[in-house]
Write a protein that binds this ligand. Sequence first.
Ligand SMILES: NC(=O)c1ccc[n+]([C@@H]2O[C@H](COP(=O)([O-])OP(=O)(O)OC[C@H]3O[C@@H](n4cnc5c(N)ncnc54)[C@H](OP(=O)(O)O)[C@@H]3O)[C@@H](O)[C@H]2O)c1
Length: 302
Amino acid sequence: MEWIDGTKRDDFNWQRTPLTQDALAGKKVVVVGGTNGIGRAFAHTLAAQGAEVIVVGRTFRDEGAERISFIQADLSDMEQARRTAQELPIETLDWMIFTTGIMPGKKREENSEGIEIDLAVSYLSRFVIVRETAERLGKNRAQTEVKPRVFVVGFPGTNQKGDINDLNSKGNYSLMTAHSNTVIGNEALVLDGAARYPHVNFYGLNPGLKKSNIRAGMLGEGSFFQGAAEFVIGMVTESVEDYSERIAPLFVSTGIENQSGALFNRHGDPIHPSRELADAANLQKVIEVSEKLTSRTLGAAG
Ligand SMILES: NC(=O)c1ccc[n+]([C@@H]2O[C@H](COP(=O)([O-])OP(=O)(O)OC[C@H]3O[C@@H](n4cnc5c(N)ncnc54)[C@H](OP(=O)(O)O)[C@@H]3O)[C@@H](O)[C@H]2O)c1
């Protein structure tokens, strides 16, 4: 199958050699959602190799860690997402990595703007930050041999059964449909970003099932079910730390430089986009709905 730029995604490879000590010295990275789980593992891996890392989240868990600094934000609030974007040293960043995420509860919850909470945290806050920053991303970087990069962690390429006509889950609410809507949104963010911002490279990462805190909202924070589910997942899947170590060379790989819009599975192999989003009209629909839902925030930006 051909990708949006006509290349065959199965044809390309990237350098998987583990990063050497200080390989990332001089790199500046923000990990939005870098305070826990997969994002925190990324922050540790990248800082350990010399990168300066800013993590965004609600709770900082790495006080005193070398080369990791913190911006606090509740990203269920679109205005806080916009303010966070304005606080970031966007022009000097090499990469922006999005790993924020929750799963919705059994009943629909919304923020003060009427946006379903999972959609707000896991997708639309990212959409707002990208729209607010992409034009300026990496314009004044020290190292300019490759384009600045945006990595969007989600669940791309999995043909989720969401509802692009009701992205905000206003109709019949279903937890799984609501979550699938965030998955579709994030995949659309990569595909649209690649076309919209040619001076930036966008990539989507599907980490596969990982032991983390992501299911707290769905199973009950600290509940027996959450503990049991994460215990089992931890027994049968790779840890977030191992995933991070293995995928880190992708962040710097020159082998993906001409592959903006590419999606990668948990092994780091390129995967095809979901069928629904391979249709340009559906992709456009998702973006239009996202613009509408965030118009109050982005409109206020002037
Ligand atoms: N784990 C899996 O099985 C799995 C599978 C497929 C895809 N993914 C994707 O991987 C990404 C990371 O998930 P994870 O498993 O690492 O989850 P996680 O351990 O729960 O981490 C989620 C991150 O999001 C932040 N966050 C949550 N609510 C926030 C809010 N209101 N405001 C600001 N930050 C907020 C958390 O920060 P605080 O703790 O500081 O609030 C944390 O840094 C998500 O996009 C998820 O969809 C995960």
